[in-house]
Design a protein around this ligand. Structure first.
Ligand SMILES: [Zn+2]
Length: 193
């Protein structure tokens, strides 16, 4: 998994947000105490703790039934909504700023080692197995204009969701029509040029 490196401001905003969320959490005081203990944790120890937490959570989630998963997601959603209802305009701005920073950092991370890559091809890089370089097949067909598109292209990219109608291309005028469609020697010769 690609690791995103956040700026100090983003990390501070994230920390402040966690603290403000924990204020309304029943076990918030305990978690805040743990956060204080971890402030002076060595980077190696921090990484190892986080990795073991990730594995523990992944193991627990793998054992969850569909109902348990749904119930957890629902309770998380309600908790988030409850937090948002009680946030002030300042809290909201801080949350949105934090979200913007996270999105920006993730976008930059993808292109960090690909900047100007189109102009400086490096044969030692395995572009084929890099997810950010794989476009896939043009397997999507627009339901309005029948344009062929790649998976990640937006629905409105070709005809703005059916709002743009192009005139149907008419057959070309003679003699071009015959030269493009006839099987005569002259026409075949023309198409080879
Ligand atoms: Zn279309």
């Amino acid at each position: 998994m690609r690791k995103v490196k956040f700026s100090k401001t983003t990390l501070k905003l994230q920390k402040n947000r966690r603290i403000s969320i924990l204020k309304s959490h029943p076990k918030g005081h305990k978690v805040r105490e743990n956060m204080r203990k971890r402030e002076n944790e060595a980077p190696l120890k921090q990484e190892s703790r986080r990795e073991s937490n990730r594995l523990r959570i992944a193991r627990l989630r793998a054992l969850e039934t569909v109902q348990e998963q749904e119930s957890r997601r629902k309770s998380n959603y309600l908790q988030i909504m409850q937090g948002r209802l009680s946030e002030t305009a300042e809290d909201r701005e801080e949350r949105l700023e934090c979200h913007r920073n996270v999105t920006r950092s993730s976008r930059i991370a993808i292109w960090k080692d690909k900047e100007n890559a189109a102009y400086s091809y490096n044969p030692s890089i395995d572009y084929k197995s890099d997810a950010s370089c794989i476009l896939g097949a043009m397997s999507i067909t627009c339901q309005f204009c029948s344009a062929k598109k790649f998976k990640s292209e937006t629905p409105g990219l070709c005809c703005s969701g059916g709002k743009v109608h192009l005139l149907v291309l008419r057959d070309p005028l003679e003699p071009l029509h015959t030269l493009l469609s006839s099987e005569s020697v002259c026409a075949k010769c023309f198409r080879r040029i």
